[in-house]
Design a protein around this ligand. Structure first.
Ligand code: FAD
Length: 417
């Protein structure tokens, strides 16, 4: 391992490897370390959607009221714990501030831009057969189980149309025409024809491989422990394999970026949005199109060989990784009811991941003002996969002092410094 690289990236989730890929192809000497195997954090078992129609920030008008109503429902899609934790209270106050309509619309605009760029970039990555990435462009169906659920979907569609995302409103019959496998109760939905999905670990591997081909060193089982500083600059990073002395550090450690950033005085208000997935065998259903169940926030995605069921967001600290069986069961039940699967169908591979959640629902991408040789790329909440290529583009522009491809302001770390 090069102990004095130009760039050290801490974290090999989809964000870290996409950044390694973009920077090394732009000519930088990059070392990436991950304390585990790259792609085995939150980037492992997610739904795999690259869907601009889904690119909204988590805080949205009315969400906290809904969360309050869901407090007593153990199977609710969203759980915010009530505990006297000052960091959590501060996070929730900021979150509440960001549920205002104008913040929601501005955040959506910024996220749609990143997602649309990323959809094209994934197309390019997948078109190179050597990368082994199977990008499925089969569109996406959002369904409402009730008329109220459909009304919410249509309101989101109208906002998305203003940002160039196309969709068609469907009644119950229209939903079943697009996806005959949905035999359970539905009231209607919206079909988005342009959206794509992929197997998330394949995406991590494809970026990592292309980065290595461009000269990046990707080192697993190597944990960053602490920083050494001289004035406002980081001069060394102590890892489980010794010191690395990079010119620039990119912090891409998902939800765990919070504690690393705190060491250099940067406050990154990240909480984990714990979500779950399970899989059922592909032979159990003929489903072709990924489906979101609006009221339950459950994503059902056909991959080759299996169908992944994903959902739930429980706000937790970064070490709270226990799998709660009743939450997994709620996801299973929503999906199996909609697909008309028998109760006994085998549901495998229970997985949980901690989405790195900021209180404004936007990732933190950019150079720290306090520590000028620290670049942050973290906090991508529910959208890390589908905004990874755009994040990597922006980080590369900023590292190389090029005109940014996207307005960096909504993502700036300065909003928390
Ligand atoms: C159920 C569920 C479904 C989802 N579905 C989608 C979807 O369909 N589309 C989408 O875009 N997003 C989706 N997401 C969100 C997406 O998974 C995340 O936004 C994304 O994986 C975050 O990537 P990351 O690289 O920031 O974090 P991670 O993937 O968590 O990577 C962080 C990495 O940092 C490493 N690390 C941590 N600390 C250190 C250290 N000290 N030293 C070295 N390495 C360290 C970890 O080992 C880890 O590999 C979903 C999430 C969940 C939970």
């Amino acid at each position: 391992m090069n102990p004095k690289p130009e760039i050290l990236i801490i974290g090999g989730g989809v964000i870290g490897v996409a950044v390694a890929d973009a920077l090394s192809r732009a000519g930088s000497a990059v070392v990436l370390i991950d304390r585990d195997l790259p792609g085995h954090g939150c980037s492992y078992g997610n739904a795999g959607w690259v869907a601009p129609c889904f690119a909204t920030p988590l805080p949205r008008p009315g969400l906290l009221l809904k969360a309050a109503r869901w407090m007593l429902d153990r199977r609710s899609p969203l759980r915010i714990p009530l505990r006297p934790d000052p960091a959590l209270v501060a996070w929730l106050v900021r979150f509440l501030w960001n549920t205002r309509q104008e913040r929601f619309v501005a955040g959506t605009r910024a996220l749609v831009e990143l997602s649309q760029y990323s959809l094209e970039a994934f197309g390019e990555l997948a078109s190179d057969r050597r990368r082994g990435l199977d990008l499925q462009r089969k569109g996406l169906l959002q369904v409402g189980l009730t008329p109220k659920g459909v009304t919410g979907l249509v309101a989101d569609l109208r906002m998305m149309e203003a940002f160039g995302v196309e969709g068609t409103v469907l009644d119950e019959e229209g939903v079943r025409e697009v996806e005959p496998s949905l035999t359970g109760p539905v009231a209607g939905g919206v079909h988005f024809p342009q959206e794509a999905h992929l197997e998330p670990l394949e995406a991590v591997r494809a970026f990592a491989k292309r980065a290595e081909d461009a000269g990046a060193q990707i080192i697993p089982s190597t944990e960053a422990i602490r920083f050494r500083r001289d004035g406002d600059r980081i001069t060394g990073v102590l890892t489980t394999r010794g010191w690395i002395e990079p010119a620039t550090v990119v912090l891409a450690s998902g939800v765990w970026s919070r504690s690393l950033a705190a060491q250099v005085g940067l406050s990154l208000p990240l909480f984990g949005g714990k979500g779950y997935s399970v899989t059922v065998d592909r032979s159990a259903t003929a489903l072709r199109t990924p489906v979101l169940v609006a009221e339950r926030k459950v994503a059902i995605t056909p991959h080759s060989g299996r169908v992944r069921l994903a959902g739930t967001l429980e706000l937790v600290k970064d070490h709270e990784t226990m799998i709660a069986p009743h939450r997994v069961d709620a996801i299973r039940k929503t999906a199996t009811d909609l697909l008309g699967l028998p109760e006994w169908v085998s549901v495998d591979e229970p997985w949980r991941g901690l989405r790195p959640c900021t209180p404004d629902g936007l990732p933190v991408i950019g150079r720290s003002r306090r520590v000028p040789n620290l670049m942050v790329a973290a906090g991508h909440q529910m959208l890390g996969l589908q905004t990874a290529p755009a994040t990597a583009r922006l980080v590369t522009d900023l590292v190389h002092d090029h005109t940014p491809s996207f307005d960096p302001q909504p993502f700036s770390p300065e909003r928390y410094e």
